[in-house]
Design a protein around this ligand. Structure first.
Ligand code: HEC
Length: 86
C-alpha cells in the first residue's frame, strides 16, 4: 500500500517535470532551424535583433548564392530574422 503511494508520487513528480521542460524548450521553427544550421559555418551566428527587416533582406540577398540557400530556405530564414513568425 505504501509502495503504491510512493510510486504514485514519483509518477506525479515526473509528470510535472516533463510538463515544465516542455514549456521551457519551445520547439524551434523551421526558419530558426535553418538559420542555425546554415548561418554558422563561415562566421558566428548573427543576432536577429542586430539588424532591421530591410537590412536582413539585403544580407540574405547577398548570401543567397554564398550560403547556397534555396528560395524556400531564404524565405524561412528571412521570416525568422525579421521576427515575423510568431
Ligand atoms: C559560405 C560562407 C557563409 C555562410 C554560409 C554565411 N555567411 Fe554571412 N558572411 C560571410 C562573409 C564572407 C561575410 C563578410 C563579407 C560581407 O559582409 O558580405 C559575411 C557577413 C555577414 C553579415 C554581416 C555583413 C552585413 O552586410 O551586415 C551578416 C549579418 C551575415 N553574414 C549573415 C549571415 C546569415 C543570416 C547567414 C545564413 C543565411 C550567413 N551569413 C551565412 C560568409 C557566409
Amino acid at each position: 500500500m505504501r509502495k503504491a503511494i510512493i510510486f504514485g508520487l514519483v509518477v506525479a513528480a515526473l509528470f510535472l517535470i516533463a510538463c515544465t521542460t516542455q514549456i521551457n524548450s519551445r520547439p524551434l521553427s523551421e526558419g530558426e532551424k535553418l538559420f542555425r544550421s546554415k548561418c554558422a559555418s563561415c562566421h558566428r551566428l548573427p543576432d536577429p535583433v542586430s539588424r532591421d527587416a530591410k537590412q536582413w533582406e539585403d544580407v540574405l540577398a547577398k548570401h543567397e548564392k554564398r550560403a547556397r540557400l534555396t528560395p524556400e530556405a531564404k524565405r524561412l530564414i528571412l521570416t525568422h530574422l525579421q521576427g515575423a513568425e510568431n
